[in-house]
Design a protein around this ligand. Structure first.
Ligand code: HEM
Length: 399
């Protein structure tokens, strides 16, 4: 029996818990007890993590994986829990060849042309949020005013949610993703979102637009149920993640005047800065988790068929073998090769879109508010240690 379990409590806001960072010094693969008592594994090394994520002998099917952490409040946890019945089309939790079919169809929709078109809209959406922020009374909660609505509106744009329906759609997704919402409220919100998506699909079939859903419908390969499941996955995967990168990323910049000044002085640093923030913050801080379909050796450890493997991305993305001095935020470093978007067949489908959102939103925020600063002492910012996607619950700012 191993004494090691998964915990998300941290000593410092931007650094992974010390226990797991220290563990990495001793090796890259460790025995760990999962929340249900299962004796599985924890990976803390970069090369070992890549090996697991690229290996088809590891499955991502929800019924095979054990939970590293006990289920907590919040929708993402429920979706990750084994009780939640995933809709058809939620292809993140499928293996090849089922996954291949969806991924091929979706990749065909994330075209360079569509992403370029979205960039112009992201800028408009961002500027409108910043206008509203400027007009509001200070201090402003940056999560509510900026970090949450931008990705939400971008997903509406991607899916082709009509303008007049966006406010209601955003309200439901906000409740669905909120930690404060009670389980029955969150489930009711999931119900609304599904009812909405189920109603949207026939309307798109009738009146197609230039959006991703219309494109998938035109392809004619997915049933309406599958289309709703795909839309739901994009919403869940693309909203909370990007929102938390915007919130936590701003906090990290405001907490580091040297790096912030470097980015203000040289706006061309933004692409590099986004990549480094992704690496340094690694907001997906519990999992990915995979289950071995047969016995597999990883870095000298025999992982037996049926055993679960959890990856600790925040620790992995600071592995000194890959990123020397990786505990420091350095916006000029080359962070290429980080695993914040995963690796292998499930590597984030929305990563180019997420990068565009971050690049445009961070740059516009710093441009519009040269005096932006925290409105509370840094140690009073409430942290999402209790959620599967790390970040800040609120970020009170002023300027
Ligand atoms: C900074 C923001 C984001 C981060 C850090 C992030 C992170 C990730 C990670 C780590 C995975 C792999 C999970 C695994 O292997 O188990 C993933 C998959 C995925 N992401 Fe993202 N993501 C972000 C934004 C987005 C956006 C904006 C979208 C869509 C609009 C999106 C859609 C997806 C989808 C559909 C998958 C599943 C891909 C598959 O299974 O083939 N993500 N993401």
């Amino acid at each position: 029996m191993t004494g090691l379990t998964m915990s998300t409590e941290r000593e410092r806001p931007f650094d992974p818990p010390d226990t797991y960072a220290r563990l990495r010094e001793r090796g890259t693969v460790h025995r760990m007890r999962f929340a249900d008592g299962h004796e599985g594994w924890l990976v803390t090394g970069h090369a070992a993590a890549r090996a697991v994520l690229a290996d088809p002998r590891f499955s991502n099917r929800p019924e095979l994986a054990h939970p590293p952490l006990a289920a907590r409040a919040g929708l993402t946890e429920e979706i990750r829990s084994q009780e939640f019945k995933l809709p058809p089309g939620f292809f993140l939790r499928t293996d090849a060849p089922e996954h291949t079919r969806y991924r091929r169809l979706l990749t065909g929709q994330f075209t360079v042309r569509r992403m370029k078109g979205l960039e112009a809209r992201i800028l408009e959406i961002t500027e409108a949020r910043l206008d509203a922020m400027e007009a509001a009374e200070r201090p402003v909660d940056l999560v509510d005013a900026f970090a949450l609505p931008i990705p939400s509106l971008v997903i509406c744009e991607l899916l082709g949610v009509p303008y007049e329906e966006r406010a209601a759609f955003q309200d439901d997704t906000k409740v669905m993703l909120s930690l404060e919402a009670k389980a029955d409220e969150a489930l009711a919100a999931i119900g609304h979102v599904f009812a909405y998506l189920n109603g949207l699909i026939p309307r798109k079939r009738e009146h197609p637009g230039d959006d991703l859903l219309s494109g998938l419908i035109e392809g004619g390969e997915l049933s309406d149920d599958e289309l709703a499941g795909v839309a739901f996955l994009l919403l869940v995967a693309g909203h909370e993640t990007t929102a938390n990168m915007l919130g936590l990323g701003t906090y990290a910049l405001l907490a580091d005047p040297v790096q912030l000044a470097a980015l203000r002085d040289d706006p061309s640093l933004i692409d590099n800065a986004v990549e480094e923030l992704l690496r340094y913050l690694s907001i997906v801080h519990v999992g990915p988790v995979r289950a071995a379909l047969e016995d597999v050796e990883v870095d000298g450890h025999l992982i037996r068929k049926g055993e679960s493997v959890a990856l600790h991305l925040p620790v992995i993305n600071r592995d000194p073998a890959k990123f020397p001095g990786g505990d420091a935020l350095d916006l000029t470093r080359s962070a290429t090769g980080h695993l914040a978007f995963g690796h292998g067949i499930h590597q984030c489908l929305g990563q180019q879109l997420a990068r565009s959102e971050m690049r445009i939103a961070f740059a516009a925020l710093l441009r519009r508010f040269p005096g932006l600063r925290l409105a509370v002492p840094a140690d009073e910012v409430p942290l999402r240690t209790d959620m599967g996607v790390y970040g800040v619950h609120r970020l009170p700012v002023t300027w």
